[in-house]
Design a protein around this ligand. Structure first.
Ligand code: 6PG
Length: 241
């Protein structure tokens, strides 16, 4: 379990951005292209902004295939849309062929969207362990221990045999589409991005393997044969010994 701690959110975002470019350069040198799944939330939003500001002229943007680990069932132009935010902050402003960007449909029946996205992933991604293989999956973690859009009341989606599930936010009842735990864990690289004191209690529980952490979906993210790194600022790690 690799844990990298940074003094504050800004330094966290800078380091993740630099490592993002370094890792993808390496993958693209080896394989010619890279398949990644991005996250929603505020932390990744700052990552997209930093990547644009500091890497807008990076030579390899067009060699990346952009997917999402989860999406809200909203129109792409909604301020809630994970794709919409990433597209506005980054994708629409750098050299990426449109066909390399694979948004999750947010305006069709969730179950149909989950099925269609599963088919799209199967069609485009290489396989490993008989499952689609992402080179990199970037995740956040909610204060309740959710990750992607796998929330504690639907923790069974961690072990689902599907590629994507139609999920529901436990408080807002907002419909979501989420990669399942098996597909996330099949990735070569899984990065958690954590910032803020509201993550600290769950992070401590998960890293200390406390019994109650088994109720948190983020605790079940454990790569089959890839690398997991937790990137966190000191606000998120202040409860760790
Ligand atoms: C989403 C995200 C979600 C997010 C966490 C953490 O669609 O909301 O995929 O899983 O990563 O809620 O969000 P923050 O980074 O904003 O704390």
């Amino acid at each position: 379990m690799n844990l990298e701690i940074f003094d504050n959110n800004e330094i966290l975002i800078k380091n993740i951005s630099d490592k993002f470019i370094f890792l993808l350069n390496k993958i693209i040198t080896e394989k010619g292209k890279a398949y990644i799944a991005l996250s929603g939330g505020n932390t990744p939003k700052k990552l997209y902004e930093y990547l644009y500001t500091n890497y807008k002229y990076w030579k390899n943007w067009h060699k990346i295939h952009f997917f999402w680990g989860d999406e809200r069932c909203v129109p792409a132009d909604s301020p809630e849309s994970n794709y919409g935010i990433c597209n506005t902050k980054l994708l629409s402003k750098v050299e990426i062929p449109k066909e390399n960007i694979y948004p999750i449909e947010g305006t069709v029946t969730p179950e149909i969207s989950a099925e269609k996205y599963s088919e799209l992933i199967k069609k485009h991604l290489p396989e490993k362990n008989l499952l689609p293989r992402f080179d990199l999956v970037i995740l956040g973690m909610g204060a309740d221990g959710h990750t992607a859009s796998i929330f504690p009341p639907q923790i069974e989606f961690i072990e689902s045999d599907k590629i994507c599930e139609a999920a529901t936010h436990p408080e807002t009842k907002q419909k979501r589409i989420s990669l399942t735990g098996k597909v996330i864990n099949n990735a070569d690289n899984i990065w958690f991005l954590l910032s803020g004191k509201n993550k600290a209690e769950k992070l401590k529980s998960i890293l200390n393997k406390e019994p109650k952490s088994k109720n948190y979906p983020a605790a079940h993210i454990a790569p089959t044969d890839g690398n997991l790194i937790w990137f966190a600022d000191k606000n998120a790690t202040h409860l760790l010994q």
